[in-house]
Design a binder for this molecule. Sequence first.
Ligand code: NAD
Ligand code: UDP
Length: 393
Amino acid sequence: MDAARLDLDGKPIKAMTICMIGAGGFIGSHLCEKLMAETPHTVLAVDVYNDKIKHLLGPDDGQESNQHAWAGRIHFHRLNIKHDSRLEGLIKMSDLTINLAAICTPADYNTRPLDTIYSNFIDALPVVKYCSENGKRLIHFSTCEIYGKTIGSFLPKEHPLRQDPEFYVLKEDASPCIFGPIEKQRWSYACAKQLIERLIYAEGAENGLEFTIVRPFNWIGPRMDFIPGIDGPSEGVPRVLACFSNNLLRGEPLKLVDGGQSQRTFVYIKDAIEAVLLMIENPARANGQIFNVGNPNNEVTVRQLAEVMINVYSKVSGEPGLDAPMVDVSSKEFYGEGYDDSDKRIPDMTIINRQLGWNPKTSLSDLLEATLTYQHKTYAEAVKRATAKSVAS
Ligand code: NAD
Ligand code: UDP
């Protein structure tokens, strides 16, 4: 490892201890990998699960291997931040806290709104408080969903202003947050995330908390969510990458909710993690900032995403696709009562460019090829076995 790693201002980066809450999830697992492989920092990894980071842990955490180059720099703490007095001690021991813990799958927002609000707002409160009271820096994970619907979505379908970026590009310091009515419980997540952002911002303004807020725009890649019935509940509904992967692995048509007309921009997890590392190691440039992190060049409708995934999966698996590879389904049928959707999500990149010089690199087809190769390698055999077993019984 390069001993003299420098920050963006040419100053040497000192090794730090990071309390990472939600380290066992999708983003956390990639961030832990990056920190172990490329930096001298130590991670106190907090989560209720550790399956996605087991390959990084050593004998102290019940794993066999102590051969890792980073041995002793990552420690797993199995705790639920809802009710565990050890949390404050871990934050006090660290230079920086990163909070990734959340319920963040849309299928939960309208069906488990209380859990969603508690997880995204109430459970994050002590983390903010401990950081503020102990003078510790906080990087908090919010969401692009905080923007809600675009201004343009309220104009008639053919209105020319819908094509004007002023009406759809999402800017951290200028765009409003536009949510649907309360009975559309989809917005419980966005609203809880918005209130915790405002609280963190106010802690910064009134009490001097050093904070950075991250708004991820559909980060995707290996280890995202779960495949229902394989490493997650059979009836579970993960985010779209895992839903479509599951359909492809099982040879079923991909389900397009309400015609698949919503638009998203997808960024490769490995590109996005580069942005987070820049935030971690450049506090003078990241403190007090809210950052969009996404790839404005990778925009597709959900229908187009399905088409690309079908083609790429056929290439990586060598299996021919179905004659009717997609099927329409209503949001009520798929998600239940109270679902609503974000229409379009293009991140403005001015602030992250100016502060950190970060740009995403990977095209949608490249990131899907890498991700679907992983999905096929990891799950295809297990899905075949599970299908054969259910046919036999
Ligand atoms: P994830 O579900 O894979 O990871 C979240 C982790 O937090 C899980 O491992 C979970 O076990 C843990 N956790 C939840 N509640 C906990 C608790 N009470 N105590 C201890 N651990 C707890 O999700 P992710 O995709 O890695 O997302 C991380 C963060 O980024 C979330 O705050 C999410 O809202 C935000 N985000 C992610 C995306 C994306 O594209 N992946 C988009 C928008 C926002
Ligand atoms: N979606 C879909 N079929 C699925 C799963 C999701 O059409 O099997 C749609 C969903 O309605 C939304 C988009 O895909 O418009 C992205 O969903 P995701 O769960 O990734 O979360 P979001 O981007 O809405 O936060």
